[in-house]
Design a binder for this molecule. Sequence first.
Ligand code: 3PG
Length: 385
Amino acid sequence: VKLMKDQDLAGKRVLIREDLNVPVKDGVVTSDARIRAALPTIKAAVDAGAKVLLMSHLGRPTEGEYEEEFSLAPVAAHLGKLLGKDVPVIKDWQSGVELAAGQVALLENVRFNKGEKKDDEALSKQYAALCDIFVMDAFGTAHRAQASTHGVAKFAPIACAGPLLAAELDALEKALANPARPLVAIVGGSKVSTKLTVLESLSDKVDQLIVGGGIANTFLAASGKPVGKSLCEHDLIDTAKGLMQKCDIPVPTDVVTGKEFSESAAAETKSADAVADDDMIFDIGPDTSAALEEILKNAKTIIWNGPVGVFEFDQFGAGTEHLSKAIAASDAFSIAGGGDTLAAVDKYGIADKVSYISTGGGAFLEYVEGKVLPAVAILETRASE
Ligand code: 3PG
């Protein structure tokens, strides 16, 4: 693909699609990781003397309507502070946007525009008419074929990848295409069903696959262990057995259980053979954590998606904390991605010890599944013209 860094941006109208879809509460941005990740791209365009027009979606508003709670105004205010310059939000952009070189503005939430999610051609052409150069930098939304991520790239005079998108793709390629081995993946989270294609794809590539969270319960059941009242997808037990034949998937040998899903539930550590009928498994136990640590010590590449326990309740957080610290201590090339994973990275303070933290949730998973990201594919098509 063409890269932003190879383009002459001076005096040009540069339209940059970022993923500024961040949590906002009462008009205030509560986690600005995605804004900070986009900052170097925006600064580079400003420093090169471009007229910088940004666009992003926020949340999932009703299409075709303005809804205040989904306005990008709080994001623009936050970005303005980080950049040290005013970032106006532009609602009426259809007849063009006039900016001076070095100025930055943000189009209002693209999902207020009719046709955005359907990748409408007329809307895509309207976006394209705003720029000389379109920069796709929103890795987190690259799995969506929408007008602001995909359609616009068809019609813009030049369409290229921004530094953040390029870095995300480089890191994922390093972890998956030609990884230093052993390659170990950790897939946690609550359900096998939502991560099945990820598990299937990884089981073909990794040396060891570590499962945690509710996902591990189905694997425990597949190994003939009792899971009591734990979240367990009994209809996927055969699928889990099939995966265990394809690839080394160690199951927990000890677990932490509770009698109810609550912040005040009493935690009990026990052997995975001793789970009672009324127990629910909420975390991996210390022996399992220690074994995991050994595996990660030898790994040369680590891919991490999903917590291994209910870490939002501290009494069930030790497994995920131990795992976080083991990844932080490892010399392996490590990459973490997916919504909950980043919350764990933050909670246990390991952000600067992971080699690469992806801004992608769904996009990260789709890449790991081996799916084509349409917003990247169109850049490849444009580059080959
Ligand atoms: C995300 O948060 O995963 C991306 O911003 C995509 O958002 P979406 O799932 O609403 O398309």
